[in-house]
Design a protein around this ligand. Structure first.
Ligand code: MIC
Ligand code: SF4
Length: 644
C-alpha cells in the first residue's frame, strides 16, 4: 500500500509513538520560527532551560507584529530578541524585512523538513511541501532545545483538486470555499494534503495562501507536494539546492477524500465575525464599503500584489474608500518599487504601509465606528481590528481591488477588466542584508542579553493540589477565540513580555469586569462551549489566566494549540462527558474538582450551588498528567530534564 506525503515526512521524523489516528506521536523538529509578539515569552522560557545554544538545525526569529512603536516597549522587545538571537545561534529577521510566514517561505522553508512556529499560521510552509505546525511558545522553545514535538496523529484528508480557477477567482477563494464546507471546527485532528491535476495551476505563494488559512478550520496543518512548480519557485529564490521531489505514492491511501473542482469556485467573502461565516460575493454585492486593506501573511505575495496593482493601474479608488497596502516582505516591496507597481497604488490613492502584520493584528488603521472594512486577511474576530463596532469582511485581493474601485462590494468578474495572468519574476531580487545570521559560538558567548524595564520574569504555578475549589468566573459560548481570551491590538501587544500587566486585559472584549472579579475571588474556573481557544497560538491566553488564578477550564471541546498551552502552564483543561451539563451551569456556581488521580477517568466535579455532580473527561497522556501535577511544563522539564 502506498504512502501519502504527510505520512512519509512524519515517519521520517518519528521519535516515538505509533502513527495511528488519535495516538500521541513525537516528531523531530528541523526548523523553528518565532515572531515578536510570542517570541519574547518563548525566549524567556528558552533562557530558563539553561542551554548555551539552540540545537535545532535552523531557528529563525522575526520582528513583524509589534511594529507600532508608540513608546519604548516594542523597540525594547526587538532589542531583546536581537540580543537573544546573537547569543544563542538564531537567525534574526529585522523589523521591516517582512511578515514571518512570507519571509520564511521565500528564504528558509525546505520541502520534506519539519517546522514548528509560535504562530498559528506557520502551516504557510505547507505550500512548499514542508510539515509546518503552529505551537505555543514553550513548545517552540523546547524544539529549539532539541526536544521532539508531540501531536495527536491526525487523519490525513486528500483534497483532490481538478480544473482551473476562473479569471479573478484566486487561491483565497479556494480557502474560503473549504471553510464554507468544513467551518472553523471541521478540520480539527486533520491534515489536508493536496493532490490532483489542479495542482499545476497554482504557484507556491498561491498554495501557501491555501495552507495558511487551513488554520482557520482548525487543521493540524496542510501540505502540497514538492514538484516542478516548487523547484521553479526555489530556483527564483536562488535555493534550488533545497529542492527535492516529494509527493504521495501513486497508490497512496488517505483517511478521507474531498474533491474540489476549481472551475466551480466563485469569489467569496467571510462575513463578520468569523472566517467560517462564508457567503458568495453575490450575497453582499452593492453594499457600501468604507475601508479596504490588502496584505497579511495570507495575501501579500508578488502575484497577489501585482494583480491588484494591475487592476488599479490608471484608475482611482472610490471617494468613500480609505485604502491601504501592506507588502508581505521587503523582497516583494522591492519588486513593487523596481517594477513600478508602487506608482499604480500611490496614483490610485492607496496608503502604503510597511511590510508587517499591521492592521491584521490591530496595530493601526482601525476602522471608524460601525464601518465596513474589507481585508485580504485570514481573521475577522470581534474587535481584532481595534474597533468593536466595525464589521470586517475577508476576501481575495481581486474582490478587495474591486471594492476599492467601486466603493461597494463588487464581483471582480463584472469590472470589465480583460483577464490577465501574473507570472512570477524570472528571478526574485535577493537581499538578505536584513537577516542577521547566527554568530559563531565563541563570539556568541560574549553577547550580553538586553532586557528593557517592561520585560518581566515569567510567573509559574505551584504544584497541583488534590482538590480544586472556587467559583465559575465566566461562562462563555461556542468558538471562543484566543482574541476573546487575550486580545491583541496596539494598546495591549506592548505588554506581551509583561504578564502582570497584560493580565488586566483578559476577556476584555466580552467582559470588562473579568480581571477585577478574578482578582477578588483569587481565581476560579472558566466554563465554555465547543472549540474553546480557536485562532492564535498566543500562550498568553493560558499564562495570563493562570496568573489570575484560573485553575481549570471546563468545556465541550478545545482547539489543539490552546489545549496544549493550558497544560503547559498548569491550567487543567477538562471536557464535559455529557455536553448537556454545560446548560446547567451559571457564572458564580461553586465547584470542587477532584484531581488527585488524573490518570483515572472520569474526573468528578461537584457543583455546590446547584447540588449536582458532573463527570469530566480528557485525552491527557501520562506525561501530560505529570506536567499538570508539577504546575506546568517548564517545571516538569526542569525536574526531569526532558520534554514531553
Ligand atoms: C494572529 O494572527 O493572531 C497572530 C498574532 O499572528 C497570532 C500570534 C500572536 O497572538 O502573537 C497567531 O496566529 O498565532
Ligand atoms: Fe501577522 Fe496577521 Fe499573519 Fe498573524 S495572521 S502572522 S497577525 S499577518
Amino acid at each position: 500500500m502506498g504512502l501519502n506525503l504527510t505520512r512519509k515526512i512524519l515517519s521520517a521524523h518519528l521519535v516515538s509513538g505509533k502513527m495511528e489516528v488519535g495516538n500521541s506521536i513525537s516528531i523531530r523538529i528541523d526548523h523553528t520560527l518565532t515572531q515578536d509578539a510570542t517570541g519574547t515569552m518563548a525566549y524567556l522560557e528558552f533562557e530558563r532551560l539553561g542551554l548555551d545554544r539552540v540545537k535545532a538545525e535552523k531557528a529563525i526569529s522575526y520582528a513583524d507584529h509589534n511594529m507600532l512603536q508608540a513608546d519604548f516597549r516594542n523597540q525594547d522587545d526587538h532589542k531583546y530578541l536581537e540580543s537573544i538571537a546573537k547569543r544563542f545561534g538564531i537567525y534574526y529577521s529585522r523589523p521591516g524585512n517582512g511578515i514571518c510566514h512570507q519571509v520564511n517561505l521565500e528564504r528558509f522553508d525546505v520541502p520534506g523538513k519539519t517546522l514548528i512556529g509560535s504562530d498559528s499560521h506557520t502551516p504557510t510552509g505547507g505550500g512548499i511541501g514542508m510539515i509546518s505546525i503552529g505551537a505555543g511558545g514553550l513548545d517552540v522553545a523546547l524544539a529549539m532545545a532539541g526536544e521532539p514535538y508531540t501531536i495527536k496523529m491526525p487523519k490525513i484528508v486528500n483534497i483532490h483538486l481538478k480544473g482551473e480557477l476562473q479569471a479573478f477567482v484566486s487561491a483565497k477563494d479556494v480557502a474560503l470555499y473549504l471553510l464554507s464546507k468544513y467551518g472553523v471546527k471541521g478540520g480539527r485532528g486533520r491534515v489536508f494534503e493536496y493532490t490532483g491535476e489542479g495542482l499545476k495551476t497554482l504557484n507556491v505563494p498561491q498554495r501557501a495562501t491555501i495552507t495558511n488559512m487551513g488554520t482557520e478550520m482548525g487543521l493540524t496543518t496542510s501540505i502540497f507536494p514538492s514538484d516542478k512548480i516548487t523547484l521553479d519557485f526555489l530556483k527564483k529564490q536562488n535555493r534550488e539546492k533545497d529542492w527535492i521531489e516529494l509527493g504521495a505514492d501513486q497508490d497512496a491511501t488517505y483517511d478521507e477524500v474531498f474533491e474540489v473542482d476549481l472551475s466551480e469556485i466563485e469569489p467569496m467573502v467571510a462575513k463578520p465575525h468569523s472566517p467560517g461565516n462564508i457567503a458568495p460575493i453575490s450575497e453582499v454585492e452593492g453594499q457600501s464599503v468604507d475601508q479596504v486593506i490588502i496584505g497579511s501573511c495570507t495575501n501579500s505575495s508578488y502575484t497577489d500584489l501585482v494583480t491588484v496593482a494591475k487592476m488599479l493601474d490608471g484608475k482611482k479608488i472610490a471617494e468613500n474608500i480609505s485604502a491601504g497596502l501592506l507588502p508581505g516582505s521587503r523582497q516583494i516591496l522591492t519588486h513593487l518599487s523596481e517594477e513600478g507597481w508602487i506608482k499604480s497604488f500611490v496614483k490610485a490613492g492607496v496608503r502604503i504601509l510597511e511590510s508587517a502584520c499591521g492592521p491584521c493584528i490591530g496595530m493601526g488603521f482601525a476602522p471608524g465606528s460601525n464601518e465596513i472594512s474589507v481585508r485580504t486577511f485570514n481573521r475577522n474576530f470581534l474587535g481584532r481590528s481595534g474597533t468593536k463596532s466595525a464589521s470586517v469582511f475577508l476576501t481575495s485581493p481581486e474582490v478587495a481591488a474591486a471594492c476599492m474601485l467601486i466603493g461597494k462590494f463588487t464581483d471582480p468578474r463584472k469590472l470589465g477588466i480583460k483577464p490577465f495572468t501574473i507570472k512570477l519574476p524570472k528571478k526574485f531580487i535577493i537581499d538578505d542584508s536584513m537577516i542577521i545570521p547566527p554568530l559563531p559560538i565563541e563570539e556568541a558567548q560574549n553577547i550580553k542579553i538586553v532586557k528593557g524595564p517592561n520585560i518581566k520574569p515569567l510567573p509559574l504555578k505551584n504544584t497541583l493540589p488534590d482538590k480544586l475549589n472556587g467559583e465559575v468566573l465566566i461562562k462563555v459560548g461556542e468558538d471562543i477565540t484566543t482574541d476573546h481570551i487575550m486580545p491583541a491590538g496596539a494598546q495591549i501587544l506592548p505588554f506581551r513580555s509583561n504578564i502582570p500587566e497584560i493580565s488586566k486585559f483578559v476577556f476584555r472584549v466580552i467582559d470588562e469586569k473579568f480581571y477585577d472579579r478574578a482578582m477578588a475571588k483569587h481565581g476560579g474556573f472558566i466554563v465554555a462551549g465547543e472549540n474553546y481557544g480557536q485562532g492564535s497560538s498566543r500562550e498568553h491566553a493560558a499564562i495570563a489566566p493562570s496568573y489570575l488564578g484560573v485553575k481549570a477550564v471546563i468545556v465541550k471541546s478545545f482547539s489543539r494549540i490552546h489545549l496544549a498551552n493550558l497544560i503547559n502552564f498548569g491550567i487543567v483543561p477538562l471536557e464535559f462527558k455529557n455536553k448537556a451539563d454545560y446548560d446547567t451551569i451559571d457564572q458564580g456556581d461553586k465547584f470542587e474538582i477532584d484531581v488527585t488521580n488524573l490518570n483515572k477517568q472520569p474526573v468528578k466535579m461537584k457543583n455546590f450551588t446547584k447540588d449536582k455532580e458532573y463527570e469530566l473527561v480528557h485525552t491527557f497522556t501520562k506525561n501530560q498528567v505529570a506536567i499538570l501535577k508539577e504546575g506546568g511544563k517548564l517545571q516538569f522539564v526542569k525536574k526531569h530534564n526532558k520534554g514531553e
